[in-house]
Design a protein around this ligand. Structure first.
Ligand SMILES: [Fe+2]
Ligand SMILES: [Fe+2]
Length: 202
């Protein structure tokens, strides 16, 4: 089962669609909180502040889209208001753990340096995913004639990927090698998430 098959089923069911939006909101919020948590209080830059602000906005925007599904579903991020709740909650944390392990063993980073490098690689992998996932979702919304749209998120996510690449280039001349590792870790976790989604939806 791929997202292309799962999304029409989700969109056709208002209650399920509300939970899907809430789940994306949770994941955006987790990402936003991770960026904020990794900020150095002194050396944090314009780009990092912008990025954190936009990820927080995505979490809010997706939560607000739930209204368009018709009812006041999903007041919180409690499990019953999510889809594939375990995988959705642990996806980002697991990616963070795996990337940190890689940075410790391969680059021997610790402390502040480790935190910053993990922010760069985890966020890069997520931005690659976001640039794939949101357009697929938008297509499915268009096909279903839905009132919900995520175009403003797509626009900002494209900017994020570019910003991450710029920051990675300053971080290491071998950035692509490390970034590819992070993407491979993310791909495994994402595929597991999609399998869990497919099982819940059918
Ligand atoms: Fe986002
Ligand atoms: Fe983003």
């Amino acid at each position: 089962m791929s997202l292309h098959n799962i999304l029409p089923t989700i969109i056709a069911d208002n209650q399920l669609h509300a939970r899907w939006l809430n789940t994306l909101s949770l994941m955006e919020n987790t990402g936003a909180r991770k960026i904020s948590a990794s900020e150095d209080p002194t050396t944090v830059t314009y780009i990092i502040l912008k990025h954190a602000a936009e990820e927080h906005r995505h979490a809010f925007y997706l939560k607000k889209q739930i209204e368009k599904t018709g009812k006041a579903f999903c007041p919180t991020y409690a499990d019953e208001y999510l889809v594939a709740s375990n995988y959705s909650k642990y996806y980002l944390n697991m990616l963070d753990v795996e990337v940190c392990r890689y940075l410790k063993t391969e680059l021997h980073l610790t402390g502040k340096e480790l935190r910053f490098a993990a922010y760069l690689l985890v966020t890069y992998a997520i931005e690659v995913r976001a640039d794939e996932l949101y357009p697929i979702y938008q297509d499915a919304l268009d096909n279903a004639g839905s009132k919900i749209n995520v175009k403003s998120i797509i626009l900002e996510e494209e900017g994020h990927l570019e910003e991450m690449i710029n920051q990675l280039k300053t971080f290491s001349p071998q950035w692509q090698l490390h970034a590819d590792k992070a993407v491979a870790m993310e791909t495994r976790l994402f595929n597991d998430w999609v399998v869990a989604l497919g099982e819940e939806v059918n």
